[in-house]
Design a protein around this ligand. Structure first.
Ligand code: C2E
Ligand code: MG
Ligand code: MG
Length: 682
């Protein structure tokens, strides 16, 4: 406790040593003063002596008091010796003093002076010598003590210096430890946070020996895992189709773009894109429900994926491509899928297409129905080294798919001529408006005959377009495009006008004949359509039952509920209604029963070669029975041969239409037929 020692020494010095020193000093002063006081007493007149006595007595008393206290305080043997000598000198002084005072009182100044000089002064001198000795020794002692204290302080300073160094060393150590246990891990945490911010979730923070930092690190690890999982989920949602769990269009374009633009990647072998669509999905959704539609999409996805995964090319050893040709199936939208194939060999692509088609051969059983999976394909390719963006490849395949649908083919390859045809269709649409205005359109009429009597019962109005520069344009070519853009309503209005005018002309000559006009779904969506038909019928004075409207089955189901409402209004206005191309739209029986139609026209695809196709025969038989069960007149479309006519007649079909009965007629041919008794040409 060096600091405690210093404090004790300082306190002792102040309270004991210095007090004693002062007392010793006072002793010398009082002793000197006592001599002086005695001299003043001797020289004072008698009357003043009392005061001088008091002064001398006081000094003597003080000298005695100081000596008494010093006797108790001084334990140093040398000082004790000095003090004893001082006492002796005091005793001598005391006696000499009393003797001198006696002489003063006896009024013997000379004797008093002798005593003063010979006894008192030597005694006082002796006292002063001893008291000075005491004083010197005390001073010496105090000086020694001060030196010791200084040495002690110096020692303390050195100790304190060492201690400071130790403290500094400890601080450095602590700082190093802090750096190691806090700053370094914190820096790691910071680096980890930056890695997370940059999207790297793979680093895992190791534990340190600092609990708080570990807790933060642990939280960061948990957060990283959570973010990584969430990001995976986001990526899955962004790039996967939730229904089929296949990659989606975005993924196809993203990865497709990478491979197409990489000259060393798949692009060096070329690429093909097989885009395919599940036919009649919209109609299925609306009649059998979206659940059924979803089931079919999932079934197609599963079967197509199985083909892609099975390394299809290996099944054909004749082809130069090994079994591992990379192929990626993705779901584009609705019933549309795409396969990117790492080969531009058309034989391989078509082989893959065939495998996919084969995989769809068995119908799907859902909601109590057996539904066929019919696919239409659009194929497009990129030759090795070609820098075609993925989006362009996909668009090309779309063009090919559209043209395959138009041509009612199973597939079509993209070629630039299709593009030109597409553009020319766009041109056609603007021409169509002019055609309506300038009467380039013609209404041809194809007779329908009763299969029981062979007599004509009515005619179907078919539009023909004599284009001034392109020549004859088939309705199969422009009607679907006109339907897409809504321009079909111009055609419908024009045809209605022609049909009603014709019926008006026949009122007296051919009152038993009806005319059927084809209307599109776009017409049914027009809220004024029914009103327009009614107004025109009144204008031409047409009685109920003479005008028929044909609506294709698949179109009817595009907007099923609102179609039903419009059809009811039309029927109420005296218009007869027919379902056209029946058998191609997968209408449910329940839905058909709600339709106020009076005729079912069985599609040509069932009629063709019916006499030699038991499958078609069975289906057609069922359709006819179903139609009759619902009280409908059943017409067979596209009868070209006597065998077909006979078969349908035997099946109980009511009406026939087709080249066998008559081709569509116009102008003079029509007049000839009308005046010739409206018999069949066969
Ligand atoms: P659709 O309504 O089913 O008309 C029957 C189509 O089959 C007509 O073709 C007709 O010429 C053709 N056809 C009739 N009998 C036979 C046959 O024995 N064998 C063959 N191979 N074909 C036969 P078209 O006139 O080319 O019309 C095609 C389709 O265009 C029509 O099919 C109809 O959906 C549509 N269409 C025609 N005219 C109009 C119209 O004025 N308005 C609307 N919206 N669509 C129309
Ligand atoms: Mg028709
Ligand atoms: Mg038809």
């Amino acid at each position: 406790m060096p600091l405690g020692l210093v404090a004790d020494a300082t306190e002792k010095f102040a309270t004991v040593d210095m007090q004693r020193l002062l007392r010793v000093q006072a002793l010398s002063l009082q002793t000197e003063g006592a001599g002086g006081a005695l001299v003043r007493l001797m020289n004072a007149p008698r009357d003043n002596r009392v005061l001088e006595y008091a002064d001398v007595d006081e000094r003597n008393r003080r000298i005695d008091g100081i000596m008494e206290s010093l006797k108790e305080e001084l334990h140093d043997p040398a000082q004790e010796e000095t003090l004893k000598r001082l006492e002796t000198a005091r005793a001598i002084y005391g006696e000499a003093f009393l003797a001198t005072v006696d002489q003063v009182e006896a009024e013997e100044p000379a004797a008093a002076a002798i005593l003063l000089n010979q006894q008192v002064n030597p005694a006082i001198k002796a006292m002063l010598v001893e008291s000075n000795a005491l004083l010197n020794r005390e001073r010496q002692r105090i000086e020694n003590q001060l030196k010791e204290s200084q040495q002690l302080i110096a020692r303390i300073a050195i100790t304190a210096g060492g201690f400071s160094l130790l403290v500094i060393a400890m601080a450095v150590g602590l700082a190093w430890r802090t750096t190691k246990s806090v700053v370094v891990p914190l820096a790691e945490l910071e680096a980890a946070a930056q890695r997370i911010a940059a999207g790297d979730y793979h680093g895992h923070l190791l534990t340190t020996r600092t609990e708080e930092v570990d807790r933060v690190g642990h939280a960061l690890n948990t957060m990283t895992r959570a973010i990584a999982a969430r990001e995976l989920e986001i990526e899955r949602l962004a790039f996967r189709d939730p229904l089929t769990d296949l990659p989606n269009r975005t993924y196809l374009l993203k990865t497709g773009a990478a491979t197409v633009s990489d000259p060393n990647g798949i692009a060096s072998t070329g690429l093909s894109l097989l885009l395919f669509d599940l036919a009649r999905l919209k109609a299925i959704n609306e009649t059998l429900g979206f659940g059924t539609g979803d089931t079919l999409i999932k079934e197609v996805a599963m079967r197509a994926q199985a083909v892609v995964m099975s390394g299809f090319a290996a099944q054909s050893p004749g082809l130069p491509i090994p079994g591992s040709t990379p192929a990626l199936l993705s779901h584009i939208s609705g019933g549309k899928f795409a396969i990117v194939l790492g080969s531009s060999d058309r034989a391989v692509t078509e082989q893959l297409r065939q495998h996919v088609v084969d995989a769809m051969v068995h119908p799907v059983q859902c909601s109590g129905h057996s539904v066929d999976l019919t696919l239409v394909f659009g194929l497009a390719d990129v030759l090795p080294g070609d820098a075609t963006p993925a989006i362009t490849l996909l668009r090309n395949a779309e063009v090919a798919l559209d043209s395959a649908k138009q041509a009612a083919k199973g597939f079509n390859w993209y070629n630039p001529a299709l593009e030109a045809a597409r553009l020319s269709h766009l041109g056609l649409l603007s021409d169509l408006r002019i055609a309506v205005a300038e009467s380039q359109l013609q209404m041809w009429l194809q007779p329908k005959f009763s299969l029981q009597t062979g007599m004509a019962v009515g005619l179907e109005a078919l539009v023909r377009w004599q284009h001034p520069t392109r020549g004859f344009v088939s309705p199969a070519e422009f009607v679907p495009f006109a339907e897409k853009t809504g321009a079909i309503t111009l055609v419908t209005d024009w045809m209605l006008e022609q049909a009603l005018a014709t019926l008006q002309g026949w009122t007296r000559t051919h009152p038993h004949l009806s005319i059927s006009v084809n209307v599109s779904t776009r017409d049914l969506q027009d809220s004024n359509f029914c009103q327009r038909v009614k107004a025109r019928m009144q204008h031409f004075g047409i009685v109920p039952g003479k005008l028929r409207l044909e609506i294709v089955e698949s179109g009817l189901m595009q907007d099923a509920q609102s179609s039903i409402a419009v059809l009811h209004r039309l029927r109420d206005a005296g218009v007869e209604l027919s379902i056209d191309d029946f058998g191609t739209g997968y209408s449910s029986l329940a839905y058909l029963q709600q339709l106020p139609v009076s005729e079912l026209k069985i599609d040509r695809s069932f009629v063709t070669d019916i006499d030699s196709k038991p499958g078609s025969l069975q289906l057609t038989k069922t359709m006819i029975e179903m139609g009759h069960g619902m009280g409908l007149m059943v017409t067979a479309e596209g009868i070209e041969t006597a065998a077909e006519r006979n078969t349908l007649s035997q099946l109980g079909c009511d009406v026939m239409q087709g080249y066998f009965g008559s081709r569509p007629l116009f102008g003079a041919q029509l007049q000839e037929w009308l005046t010739g008794g409206q018999a069949t040409s066969a």
